[in-house]
Design a protein. Structure first.
Lengths: 349, 349
DNA sequence: CTATAACGCGCAATCGATTGCATATTATAT
DNA sequence: ATATAATATGCAATCGATTGCGCGTTATAG
């Protein structure tokens, strides 16, 4: 029947009032009589009226869409963040538009462009590893649109961000290995020296020195930290005169590669080599032995990022004096070490 | 500088022409002189003009946004589909809006509502397992918006869909187990009898009977097919007087549960019990032993679904005679059996 | 040299919801 | 009874891009 578009004008006509009144009635405006409101509601449902958000968006200059950009949506880490964002955003009537860059800087730029043209009300983004130029992010800020970075941040950018304490996570992981009696602990780090990997390396290093072990460069292997990289890195370590007795990887897939290689070589885990990874991807608990790792509480990251976004929109809404300077929020969450079989040499006491 | 909005009117003013001309120039309209076009382009870039898609969307009645609804975006199966959709859609200038329902029918309904209000140009959806009422999908069709179902479909709905041949996948998996010498093959199926699981069950059954084995109901276990369910189902099978010598699960997590339980009981895989799952989630190749499974070529599913959407929009665009009846496209892709260690009892000959 | 075509661009309406201001009606105060 | 306030609604512009129709100018045809 009502095949196509029912507008507020149609409702208005039916009731011999104007669209203005209908609009106000639907938004529960105080200056509209209850009588009219009820009548409007009734006709609206009868006609199966669906508000056209696009028209409202044009008029209001806001779309009620929140854009979120991640390198991959199928990494448990990111999908949990997305879920965390949705939890908060949906409650405040925002729809979330998820975009993936596949770690491609070009795609990242075009995605930002697309979201801007879609007139999103905010952008939450975890920059790709290969992103060196941040102009596209500046453009978001220039447009006065709230921008929140998460996971991977950049200190020179004057924007809010939510990160975890990578240093602490790495420190605890390394310290745990030391407590298990490991003396030669290797580390897989990323070639790209973005902050998260720098911090993890720093945590690793500081844990060593604070515990009387010295930092040995030959035990630090750089790669892209994917599965294949982890395998290669482990193979490289096996060639050393003196084998390491533990590996702490800055990624989950990296440590998986190590696990595979060690098993293929008949090396006992954790007795001969103990392993700890980073990021609690589901598979880490399915391996044999299960992998110890640093849980990042990604859902909370998403919650926090969305909350900052909400704060910033409401902030800029009430900002009458334009002088009030924007102060970026910087939230640092605490990661948690999950100890599984791959690093448990001693019985828990 | 150009802090806020630059519109075509601003460009027009600079050049002493009208917005109409600017609009046409930007869209490369044939009736505009090359001279003007170049001038417009130049000013547009100088002013850093960004088209307001919302305004265009309102006028054109189309948003150039394609909505996609999945139960989970972090299942490799679905995320690959999404990627497949993006590949095609982006090339045709569509943005993809990803929505997750978490298998919650209520969220599915509200998501459809949200996409409709966002005036998406099409909706691709994999209905949740618990979705029994399809009214919200009908609403999409009634609005004349292309709707494509994938993976999970429903025959009574007069809509296009892309599915894989679940029957064939299951048939081949079961037959493979038979060829490996298995005689008592169990099957994990879903309690919800949606078509994909019915088909897999049918494939399993037919492979048995076609190969002279009889269908034994006590070997078919119903559950929700998650990890914990797989564990319970396997435990249940272990209690049988006569143990099965193989399990074919209609899900990936289900077979993982079986694997865990078998290992915990010291039962050899595949010698004593061979295993085959469904869906090529990454972890299936990381387990010990690695899990044989049915690859669904999810990226192709996404490609096909997006292509159908594109076909349908262009179709409805040129449809001058409204009489031409809509004929839903039904695409069935062929799955592929990936044989790994968990089912390889004989050497490959 | 006039008639017609081709070309280049402007006018104004449109998409649907929103909102400041004006207006009409009724209620309250003095 | 008149002034004032409170209440309920209408008017018309606005958000920015798009497009059918029309008009003036130049080019081609006969």
């Amino acid at each position: 029947m009502n095949k196509e578009k029912v507008t507020i004008h149609d409702i208005a006509k039916k009731l011999n009032i104007t669209a203005s009144t209908v609009s106000r009635a639907l938004k529960n405006h105080p200056r509209i009589s209850d009588e009219t409101k009820k009548a409007v509601q009734k006709v609206a449902t009868k006609l199966n009226y669906q508000p056209n958000h696009i028209a409202a968006a044009l008029r209001n200059g806001k779309s009620n869409i929140l854009g979120i950009i991640v390198p991959w949506a199928d990494r448990s880490f990111f999908s949990s963040i997305i879920r965390g964002v949705e939890e908060i955003a949906n409650d405040s009537n925002y729809n979330v538009m998820i975009c993936q860059t596949y770690e491609d800087p070009k795609k990242e730029v075009s995605t930002v462009e697309a979201l801007l043209n879609a007139r999103v009300d905010g952008v939450l983004v975890s920059p790709g590893k290969n992103t060196l130029n941040f102009d596209h992010f500046h453009k978001i800020k220039e447009r006065g649109i709230p921008l929140v970075l998460f996971d991977r941040s950049n200190d020179e950018l004057e924007v809010s961000h939510v990160v975890i304490d990578d240093f602490l996570g790495a420190y605890r992981a390394t310290e745990h290995l030391i407590q298990q009696g490991c003396k030669r602990i290797a580390h897989f780090t990323n070639t790209r020296k973005i902050s998260i990997y720098k911090e993890r390396l720093r945590g690793y290093r500081e844990a060593l020195t604070n515990n009387g072990l010295n930092y040995d460069e030959s035990l630090v292997v750089e790669s892209d930290l994917q599965l294949e990289d982890g395998r290669n890195s482990m193979l490289q370590l096996l060639k050393l005169k003196e084998m390491p007795d533990a590996v702490f990887s800055a990624s989950a897939y990296g440590i998986l590669g190590a696990l595979q290689v060690l098993k293929e070589h008949g090396i006992k885990i954790p007795e001969e080599v103990a392993l700890v990874g980073f990021a609690n991807e589901p598979f880490t608990s399915f391996t044999e032995p299960s992998l110890s790792t640093v849980e990042q509480h990604s859902m909370r990251i998403g919650n926090a990022a969305a909350q900052i976004f909400l704060d910033e929109v409401s902030e800029s809404a009430k900002k009458s004096d334009t002088t009030k300077k924007f102060i970026p929020q910087k939230i640092v969450l605490t990661p948690e070490l999950i100890i599984r079989q791959s690093s448990l040499k001693k019985k828990i006491n």
